[in-house]
Design a binder for this molecule. Structure first.
Ligand SMILES: O=C(O)CCC(=O)C(=O)O
Ligand SMILES: [Fe+2]
Length: 347
């Protein structure tokens, strides 16, 4: 696929730090007599001055950009690994949430797709982080990966368009993966499934769906998915992030939440981390349902040592107007979404 210099007004992906990095302060301390005596009797301690770059400026660390969350900020890991309907209902109450009417008491979807059911799992309670196994079939994953391979040079003729600089201009986060914006009409499966999973989402709330490809060694470092204030006019804040892992990634490529701990493999206290598994979806909420950003959702796509591909869509508070590819309208996906509903819900 070729890239183009076309840049939509709203860039994909996370928007990095909200605050500018602080410059490290260099204090001048006058040595006391005691210090002088110590200095003469023992070797000098290693200097604690900040690391300097080749211009003599202090090197900004990730902690400067995203200061660690204070312990006072409440975070609640899951109670146990088993699906508990009440626990999930409670977890999602202040967020856009999931339509639990479409799931049974064990977390399986009521509907099945060629004999398979989705399986909902709660990975973290507050803020809620969920995964859905079997969200996409292997065939659906392959079709989505193929959408990117078949990108046309003429961006307004293809189904997807590669975006050269997908992170927001002021972002300090590193993104080395490639993002492709999709025509709504080319991804009805993702949109119908998102709508069936979530609570009361109108098709107009969907941002341009994206396919992201990480090649060997690529990553998307710590960031928030929230939209910067200046861009809220178009659709308001992002209420939910839904991404689907399109392939298994043997080495690296996990989605990691810096400030959340997991109960995974029955070990407490590990960082909340999701390794890509083909067809599994990850759902979390960059903001509360009133649009207030949730500072606890700092996350990254860690370095993928093997190729990794995801399909991703954000759900806004209100109607969102797409900017790429040209003439990309949510309503163009409706016929395809209806066909899927017919196929999966009337069996
Ligand atoms: O690739 C991932 O695992 C996460 C991607 C992500 O956070 C983003 O694109 O905003
Ligand atoms: Fe993100």
């Amino acid at each position: 696929a070729s890239t183009t210099s076309f840049r939509p007004s709203c860039f994909a992906g996370g928007f990095g730090a909200k605050t500018k990095p602080k410059k490290a302060k260099q204090k001048k301390v006058k040595p006391s007599i005691v210090d002088e005596l110590k200095r003469n009797s023992s070797p000098p301690p290693a200097p604690e001055s900040p690391k300097l770059d080749r211009f003599g400026l202090p090197v900004v660390t990730e902690d400067d950009i995203f200061p660690p969350l204070s312990d006072d900020v409440i975070r609640t890991p899951v109670r146990n690994a088993q699906f508990e309907r009440n626990e999930v209902a409670e977890a999602i109450q202040n967020h856009l949430g999931v339509n639990l009417n479409n799931f049974d008491d064990q977390g399986y979807s009521i509907h099945s797709e060629e004999g398979r059911k989705w399986k909902l799992n709660l990975l973290h309670s507050d803020p809620p982080v969920l995964t859905i196994d079997n969200f996409f079939s292997r065939q659906e994953c392959e079709e989505y990966m193929h959408l990117v391979d078949s990108t046309s040079d003429e961006y307004d003729e293809g189904n997807t368009i590669p975006i050269v600089s997908p992170t927001f201009a002021n972002s300090i986060s590193r993104r080395t993966s490639t993002t492709y914006f999709c025509r709504y009409s080319s991804v009805p499966t993702l949109l119908w499934k998102a709508q069936h999973l979530l609570n009361n989402v109108d098709v107009h709330q969907f941002e341009e769906p994206q396919i992201v490809r990480y090649r060997n060694g690529q990553e998307f470092s710590w960031h928030y998915d929230e939209i910067p204030k200046v861009q809220l006019e178009n659709g308001g804040q992002r209420l939910a992030t839904l991404l689907v892992y399109l392939n298994d990634v043997e080495r690296g490529g996990a989605t990691v939440f810096r400030d959340l701990t997991a109960l995974s493999d029955n070990k407490r206290g590990q960082q909340c981390k999701v390794s890509p598994k083909q067809g599994t979806a990850l759902l979390f909420f960059p903001s509360f349902k009133d649009g207030t950003p949730d500072q606890r959702t700092l996350h990254k796509g860690e370095v993928a040592l093997d190729e990794k591909m995801i399909a991703q869509v954000w759900i806004h508070e209100r109607e969102y107007k797409a900017s790429a590819p040209m003439d990309n309208f949510q309503a163009d996906a409706l016929a395809g979404m209806d066909a899927l509903k017919e196929r999966f819900l009337t069996q």
